[in-house]
Design a protein around this ligand. Structure first.
Ligand code: PMP
Length: 438
């Protein structure tokens, strides 16, 4: 096998690849809870790849479904033609989702799902004669992908700053992130309703009738697994309803079992108008994203004056047969193995083990929910981010894959098939590497 050293110039060095050049890590095989690198070294997957592979890797049912689909029908043009697959998949997703979310638009990634949700929201308002609603509210530190839509409503300044001016009006509509950190830690600073006052203030300042939608990750993953304070999401729902603004949950990370339900919407008891997903939808096996759409939005589209507004949107690979087949098999695997429940069953063990790292040097916060978690480390004054990177790197060299978030946060998001020995191993190694990093 040709090593990449001789080929590196062929790969366009955007962000991830530049980091890769500094420390090449080549994964060539994966099965169950493990990756194997180019030297056949096993690497315990504490990240589900990148919050994707909730059932672990190379699951036979999913592999077989993809193989069979590829042999039977590899591609069909999605605009004037269809295949039976997306109808079946949409029905399955509607059954998993909160009651009013019954319609599905398919994309190829989380970024496309977010951009599509923005366009669906704009179209909805236009069809209802409220075309002045063109602005969006996102939250500080929010990650909604790298499309210009998701970037415009995203709140990670480093991701945005080189690509301005982005969407008009998207610069100033930023809702302060809930900083409650861990909904379960004692001494929670503020109640959720109080945190949601930021949104009310923003809406009051900027004319509610111009705002199309508010985007929220129920648990903000890339920001470092920030959990919603009790009552926070409920209050956002009330505020949006009061002003005719759509509420969108970006569940690209929280979807498909990680929080103990199909979606965080159910776990937190708040139903959005639109819900974006990707990653776990196919267990990471084939790229696919989707937007769940409420009955109300769907009927506005169905009843809108025909031809009055051209609402063109769609991708060549929307509802790609291989992705649909992979998604159906992933849903079967989740159901057959009761994996969503497993996130609850293991949740207490997970919490106890993660919190055993409290008191280690430089650990300033530990957050967990279902089978997601994060350790926040103190930043070095002269080099913010470097401590987190070092711990992440040491864990990887020792054979554990975790997720490095912005700043000095290490996130954990293992496949839901993880067992308690593997949880022990991940937490023990993480503790050791935090101690070793100093
Ligand atoms: N939204 C959220 C909440 C995400 O976490 C991500 C990816 N981590 C995205 C959107 C973008 O997804 P993708 O990388 O598939 O475009």
């Amino acid at each position: 096998r040709q090593r990449p050293d001789s080929l590196e110039a062929f790969w366009m060095p955007f962000t991830a690849n530049r980091q890769f050049k500094a420390a090449p890590r080549l994964l060539v095989r994966a099965e169950g809870m493990y990756y194997h690198d180019v030297d056949d070294r096993p690497i315990l997957d504490g990240a589900a790849g990148l919050w994707c592979c909730n059932a672990g890797h190379a699951r036979p049912r999913i592999v077989q479904a993809i193989q069979e689909q590829a042999a039977q029908l590899d591609f069909a043009p999605p605009f004037q033609m269809g295949t039976p697959l997306p109808f079946v998949l949409a029905q399955r997703l509607a059954a998993l989702a909160p009651a009013s979310l019954n319609h599905v638009f398919f994309t190829n990634s989380g970024s496309e799902a977010v951009d599509s949700a923005m366009k669906i929201a704009l179209g909805y308002h236009r069809l209802r004669g409220e075309g002045q609603r063109t602005r969006f509210i996102g939250r500080e530190k929010a990650y909604h992908g790298v499309g210009f839509g998701g970037l415009s409503i995203g709140g990670l300044p480093n991701n945005r700053k080189a690509f301005g001016p982005l969407l008009a009006g998207s610069d100033f509509l930023r809702h302060t992130l809930d900083l409650s950190r861990n909904a379960f830690s004692p001494g929670l600073p503020r109640h959720g309703a109080e945190l949601a006052e930021d949104l009310e203030r923003l809406i009051a300042l900027h004319d509610a009738s111009t705002i199309a939608a508010v985007f929220v990750e129920p648990i903000a993953g890339s920001a470092g697994v920030i959990l919603p304070a009790p009552g926070y999401l409920q209050r956002l729902r009330e505020i949006c309803d009061q002003h005719g603004i759509l509420l969108v949950f970006d569940e690209v990370i929280t979807g498909f079992g990680r929080v103990g339900n199909a979606f965080a919407a159910q776990r937190f008891g708040v139903t959005p108008d639109l819900l974006t997903m990707a990653k776990g939808l196919t267990n990471g096996a084939v790229p696919m994203g989707a937007v769940l759409v409420s009955d109300a939005i769907h009927s506005a589209y169905m009843q809108g004056p025909p031809g009055a507004i051209e609402l063109f949107h769609g991708y060549t690979y929307s509802a790609h047969p291989l992705a649909c087949a992979a998604a159906l098999a992933a849903l079967d695997t989740y159901a057959a193995e009761g994996l969503f429940d497993r996130a609850i069953e293991l949740g207490e063990y997970w919490q106890t083990r993660l919190h055993s790292l409290r008191g280690l040097p430089n650990v300033i916060d530990i957050r967990n929910f279902g089978l997601i978690g994060a350790i926040e480390l103190a930043a070095r004054k002269d080099a913010p981010g470097s401590r987190g990177y070092e711990v992440f790197e040491r864990c990887f060299r020792d054979g554990q894959l975790l997720v490095r978030c912005t700043g000095d946060v290490i996130a954990l998001s293992p496949p839901l098939i993880i067992d308690t020995d593997q949880i022990d191993r991940i937490v023990d190694v993480l503790g050791e590497m935090i101690r070793a990093t100093g």
